[in-house]
Write a protein that binds this ligand. Structure first.
Ligand code: MF3
Ligand code: CO
Ligand code: CO
Length: 248
């Protein structure tokens, strides 16, 4: 359902707070020398310890409990004991928890040791892209207003907005209506009404926006090999604005 009931909102909020707390707990641990398999184990164990289920595991055949997307990987990177983090990497960690049947979906960027100025700027502008998207969330605005604000900032900063993956309704299942593109025109698309719950999760590239999915059927990389960054929150439309459900 595109409009959530008060009971559903309460449940989704708990799942979202767990997702937020799992991401918080990774601060300081994403260091040179660890593998993405270690991150998978930490996220999996924290999720289970909280009485929740990691939504990615077995979702449409996805083999792990979290997505770990490094450097030119746009999204859906699969954790592996063969991928050791190295100084200068940038990594998106995307956590979705199912608690009491409700979903909370959020992702953040982590810098591995000393990172180039170009990569740090991309990560920071992408975080601002999420922020300006969230600022557009209020009853009467549309998903096009969100996409327009994000696209203006990204392209105005010399970057491109990934088209192949979009934000999405969430809460009662992983991916629900509506789609929330990170590009678009003011006033276009679905109109926001109170108690809609959806993600905003801009993927921003230094080069072109085209994506290529690798042979594993999941890992999406920039076609031109340029760096990509992403930040994601689950948000709720309130009576007069927004609740960032995976925030504080
Ligand atoms: N968490 C991702 C999103 O933001 C979806 C991951 S699907 C998976 O929508 F199967 F790769 F986990
Ligand atoms: Co999402
Ligand atoms: Co996600």
């Amino acid at each position: 359902m595109i409009i959530k009931t008060p009971d559903q909102i309460e449940g989704i909020r708990k799942a979202c707070h767990l997702t937020r707390d799992i991401l918080d707990s990774l601060d300081g641990r994403i260091l040179p020398g660890i593998t993405t398999e270690h991150i998978n184990t930490w996220v999996h164990e924290m999720t289970i310890a909280a009485g929740a289920v990691p939504a990615p595991l077995n979702y449409r055949g996805y083999p792990k409990s979290v997505c770990t997307s490094i450097n030119e990987v746009i999204c859906h990177g699969i954790p592996s004991q063969d991928r050791v983090l190295k100084e200068g990497d940038i990594i998106n960690i995307d956590v979705t928890s199912i608690l009491g049947g409700y979903y909370g979906d959020s992702s953040r960027m982590y810098l591995v040791g000393n990172v180039s100025e170009a990569a740090r700027r991309l990560v920071e502008v992408t975080r601002q892209c999420l922020a300006v998207g969230i600022e557009q969330v209020r009853p009467g605005n549309t998903v096009g207003d969100i996409g327009y604000a994000i696209q203006q900032l990204a392209e105005g900063s010399g970057y491109s907005v990934v088209r192949a993956f979009v934000g999405h309704g969430t809460g009662v299942s992983f991916h629900e209506a509506p789609d929330v593109p990170h590009y678009g025109e003011p006033g276009a698309g679905v109109t926001l009404v109170p108690n809609m719950v959806f993600t905003i999760e801009p993927m921003i590239n230094i080069g072109g926006y085209h994506a290529t999915v690798l042979e594993d059927g999941w890992t999406a990389v920039t076609t031109d090999g340029s760096l990509s960054a992403q930040w994601e929150h689950t948000v709720r439309v309130t009576e007069n604005g927004v609740e960032v459900m995976t925030g504080r």
